[in-house]
Design a protein around this ligand. Structure first.
Ligand code: NAD
Ligand code: GLY
Length: 371
C-alpha cells in the first residue's frame, strides 16, 4: 500500500485538502466525519461507478456511523444537463438536506461538475465533497471549484465557482477504468508538464508507461504532482482572471474537435485535449513562438500515450476549417470577438495569446488537413 499524500489548496477560509493514495474508499467515513455535523451525507453518482464501488462506499460510511441517501444517474456527458440538475435539486429537497449537510460527488468529471453545481445553488449554496473516480477527475476536475452543466448551445456554459470541502482521490478506483479513459485522463497529466513544469514532463516521458499500466505508486505520484500544480495556480487565480487560463492548454482546439464530433463517445474530453495540445504546439512552432524540436517532442509524448495528435486520427473525413474556427471563437476565453489561445514558447512554458489572427488560424487548420 502506497503512502497517502496530502496536497493543500490554499484558499484562505475556503482552503481544503486533497488526499491521494490507496485504500481511501474503505476509510471514507473516518476521513469525512469531521465535516458532517449531522453524520449524514447525500451521494450523487453514476450507474457504472455505483454498480462497481457503491456498496463499499456505503459500508465505509456506515462503519463511521454516517448515514447516506443517494441519487444514481445515467453515465455520460448528457447527464450534465438542466433536466438532470432539476432531478438532483428535487432529490435534495425531497431528502430534506439542510445548509449544513454535504453532498458527496462520487464519479468522474460529469458527476463532479453536476453535483458541484447543484451544491453551489441548492439553498444558495451548501458544501460538497469530491471523490473522483477517473484519472481525469483526480488530476483536474475535482480540484479548483469549477462546476457546470452543458446546454445545447455549448459545453459548460452554465455553472459556478464553488470549491469542495475536501477531495479524496483513491487511485485503486482507477483499476476498473477502461484503458481508453485512463489515457484520456493522462492527457491532462501531460498538460501540467507541458504548460509549466519541464522536469515533470521529462519524468512523465520515463514513467508514463507505469502510470498507464495502472501502477499505484506511479499513479499516486502523477496525481499528486498534477494536483499540486493545479492547487498552486488556483490559489493564485481562483476566478481565472489571469494565470489559471494556462490550464486550458489544448482546450480551445480540443473543444472545437469535441463540438464537431458531437460531444459523445467518438472523442473523449481528454482525447480532445491531447489532440488540442498537439495542435497548439504545432501552431506555436508555425508562429515562431517555439522551436519545431520542442513541438515534435511534445507531440511524441502525446502520441506515446496512445492519444490522437492529428485531425485525421480524430475523424477520417476532413473537418471544416470554418466550423472549427467558429467553435474556437465561441470559447469562454474569447474577448471582443478575438480568439484567445494558450500557446507555448517551450515545453513547460505556456503563454496566453490574445487576438490570434483568424487568417493565421485558418491557414494552419487547412495545413493540418481541414478543408
Ligand atoms: P465521466 O465522468 O463521463 O467518466 C467517464 C466514464 O467512466 C463514465 O462512463 C463513467 O461512468 C466511467 N467511470 C468513472 N469512474 C469509473 C471507474 N472508477 N471505473 C469504471 N468506470 C468509471 O468523464 P471524465 O472524463 O471523468 O470527465 C469529463 C467531464 O469533466 C467533462 O464534462 C468535462 O467538461 C469535465 N471537466 C471539468 C473540469 C473542471 O475543472 N471542472 C476539468 C476537466 C474536465
Ligand atoms: N480545468 C481547467 C480549470 O480548472 O481551470
Amino acid at each position: 500500500m502506497t503512502k497517502t499524500l496530502s496536497v493543500p489548496v490554499g484558499l484562505g477560509e475556503r482552503a481544503y485538502e486533497v488526499r491521494i493514495g490507496q485504500g481511501l474508499l474503505d476509510q471514507a467515513g473516518a476521513a469525512l466525519i469531521d465535516l458532517l455535523p449531522r453524520k449524514r451525507v447525500f451521494i450523487i453518482s453514476d450507474e457504472t461507478v455505483y454498480g462497481l464501488h457503491g456498496a463499499r462506499l456505503e459500508r465505509a460510511l456506515a462503519q463511521a456511523g454516517v448515514t447516506c441517501s443517494r441519487l444514481v444517474l445515467p453515465p455520460g456527458e448528457e447527464t450534465k444537463s438542466f433536466a438532470e440538475l432539476e432531478r438532483v435539486i428535487d432529490a435534495l429537497l425531497a431528502h430534506g438536506l439542510e445548509r449544513s449537510d454535504l453532498i458527496l460527488a462520487f464519479g468522474g468529471g460529469v458527476i463532479g461538475d453536476l453535483a458541484g453545481f447543484a451544491a453551489a445553488i441548492y439553498k444558495r449554496g451548501i458544501g460538497f465533497i469530491q471523490m473522483p473516480t477517473t484519472l481525469l477527475a483526480q488530476v483536474d476536475s475535482s480540484v479548483g471549484g469549477k462546476t457546470a452543466i452543458d446546454t445545447p448551445r455549448g459545453k459548460n456554459m452554465v455553472g459556478a465557482f464553488h470549491q469542495p470541502r475536501r477531495v479524496l482521490a483513491d487511485v485503486d478506483l482507477l483499476a476498473t477504468l477502461s484503458s481508453r479513459e485512463l489515457r484520456a485522463g493522462f492527457a491532462e497529466v501531460l498538460k501540467y508538464g507541458l504548460l509549466g513544469d519541464r522536469a515533470f514532463f521529462a519524468a512523465l516521458e520515463n514513467r508514463g508507461a507505469d502510470v498507464l499500466a495502472g501502477d499505484p505508486e506511479a499513479l499516486s505520484w502523477a496525481v499528486a504532482k498534477s494536483v499540486a500544480m493545479k492547487a498552486d495556480i488556483v490559489a493564485e487565480d481562483e476566478f481565472e482572471t489571469g494565470r489559471r487560463a494556462l490550464l486550458n492548454l489544448g482546450h480551445t482546439f480540443g473543444h472545437a474537435l469535441e463540438a464537431e464530433t458531437g460531444f459523445g463517445g467518438a472523442l473523449l474530453h481528454g482525447e480532445g485535449v491531447g489532440a488540442g495540445m498537439a495542435l497548439a504546439f504545432r501552431f506555436s512552432a508555425q508562429l515562431g513562438l517555439c522551436s519545431g524540436e520542442e513541438a515534435a517532442r511534445a507531440v511524441a509524448a502525446i502520441a506515446a500515450a496512445g492519444l490522437p495528435t492529428r485531425l485525421t486520427e480524430v475523424r477520417p473525413l476532413a473537418f471544416s476549417a470554418d466550423a472549427l474556427l467558429h467553435h474556437m471563437a465561441l470559447d469562454k476565453k474569447a474577448e471582443a470577438g478575438g480568439v484567445t489561445l494558450i500557446l507555448a514558447k517551450a515545453i513547460g512554458e505556456a503563454v496566453i495569446v490574445k487576438n490570434v489572427a483568424k487568417t493565421d488560424l485558418l491557414t494552419f487548420l487547412k495545413q493540418e488537413g481541414a478543408v
